[in-house]
Design a protein around this ligand. Sequence first.
Ligand SMILES: NC(=O)C1=CN([C@@H]2O[C@H](COP(=O)(O)OP(=O)(O)OC[C@H]3O[C@@H](n4cnc5c(N)ncnc54)[C@H](OP(=O)(O)O)[C@@H]3O)[C@@H](O)[C@H]2O)C=CC1
Ligand SMILES: N[C@@H](CC=O)C(=O)O
Length: 350
Amino acid sequence: MAHKLALIGFGGVGQGFVNILREKKVKLSEYHQIDLKVVSISDLFKGSLYHPDGLCLDKVIKAVQETGSLNAYPDEEGLIRNWSSKETIEQTNADSIIEMTFTDVQTGQPAIDHCQWAFLHKRNVVMTNKGPVALAYESLSNLARQNGVQWLFEGAVMSGTPALRLPQTTLTGNDITEIKGILNGTTNYMLMRMEEGLNYEEALKEAQGLGYAEADPTADVEGHDVLYKILILANVVLGVPLKREEVACQGIASISLADLDRAKELGKRWKLIGSLKQTEAGVMATVKPEMVDLDDPLAGVTGAMNAITYTCDLSGPITLVGAGAGIKETGFAVLIDLIAISRHKKGMEG
Ligand SMILES: NC(=O)C1=CN([C@@H]2O[C@H](COP(=O)(O)OP(=O)(O)OC[C@H]3O[C@@H](n4cnc5c(N)ncnc54)[C@H](OP(=O)(O)O)[C@@H]3O)[C@@H](O)[C@H]2O)C=CC1
Ligand SMILES: N[C@@H](CC=O)C(=O)O
C-alpha cells in the first residue's frame, strides 16, 4: 500500500526531496518495497495542490522551475488548489506530513502548530525544521505518542548525516558525557571562503546561493542555529530539557578578516563550536567561535561539512563527520525517516 505524503513548505529542501523521489522511485519500490506518494504540497507563496490519488512529480517540478509557482500545475479531475497549510494538514488523506517550512528561532512557529494539527489528526510528522524540536520537544513527543503516530526529525541536526540516529541506536548503552562539534554548514563555509579572501558579505551570499543558509541568515551567523541544535541534542540525546536562556551563545558576525589572519599566524583556524558537557552542577552548554590548532581534526572540517564528537563512557569518543547543510543531503534525511516509518509500520503489521 502506498505511504501518502503531504509536503508543507516547498523551498530548497522540499524540491530537493521531490527530486530524490523522482530519482529513486524504482529502487525504493524494488529494494525497500516502499511506495511513497505525494498527495499534497502547500507553500506560503508558491501555492498549494492536493490530489487524493497523488500528484505527478515531473509536472510539479516543471511548474515550479518554469514559473516559480505551483499554480502552473495543469488542471485535472479531482485536483484541489489553494488549501492553506492548516487545511492541508487537516483535510489531506496523507499518512505523513513532511514539515519543511522555515525555522523561526524565536517562536518555533508556524511549525509547532503544524505538528500539533498533524498529531491530532493521527498523522506522522517528518521534519527538517529545528524549531519544534528545540522548543517543544517534550509536549510534542507526548502528543505524538498519545495519538499513536511517529515524529522523526533526523535532518534537524547535520542534515543527512545521522547525528541523531547514531547516538540513539548504535551508541546506546553508553553514558554520553560530552557532545561537541561544528554544527552549522553556512558559517563553516563562510569561514573557509573568508580565509580564501572573500569578504563577509560575499561569503554569505555564496552560502545562500548553495542552499545552506536559513531563510533569515541571521540565525546562522549569530549562532542561533547552532544553539537550536544544541537544545535538540540535549533534549533528544541526553534527555535533559535544556532551555534557550541557559545557553551562552555567540556567532561569527564579529569575526573580521584581521582575526582570521591572526589565527593563521598562530597556526590556528576559527571554528564555530557548540558543546554540551555533563557536570555535577548539571549540563553546561555553550555556542562560540574558537581558534583550533591546525592539527586538531576539527580544523580539517571545511566548507559545509560538519563534525560531532560523542564522548561515551564505554566506547570512548566517537566522531561523525559529514554534510551539515545542503539540499540533497537534507532531502535524504527526510527519506531515511520515511523509510524508518515504513519499516516500523511493516514490523507492527507483521
Ligand atoms: N537548507 C539546508 O541545508 C537545511 C535546512 N534545514 C531546515 O529545513 C527547513 C527548510 O529549509 P529550506 O528548504 O532550505 O528553506 P526555504 O526557505 O528554501 O524553504 C522554506 C519554504 O517554506 C515556505 N513556508 C514558509 N512558511 C510557510 C507556511 N506557513 N506554510 C507553508 N509553507 C511555508 C516558504 O515559502 P515562501 O518562500 O514561498 O515564502 C519556503 O518555500 C528549514 O526549517 C531549515 O531550517 C535543516 C537542515 C539543513
Ligand atoms: N542553515 C543551516 C542548515 C542546516 O541545518 C546550516 O547552515 O547548517
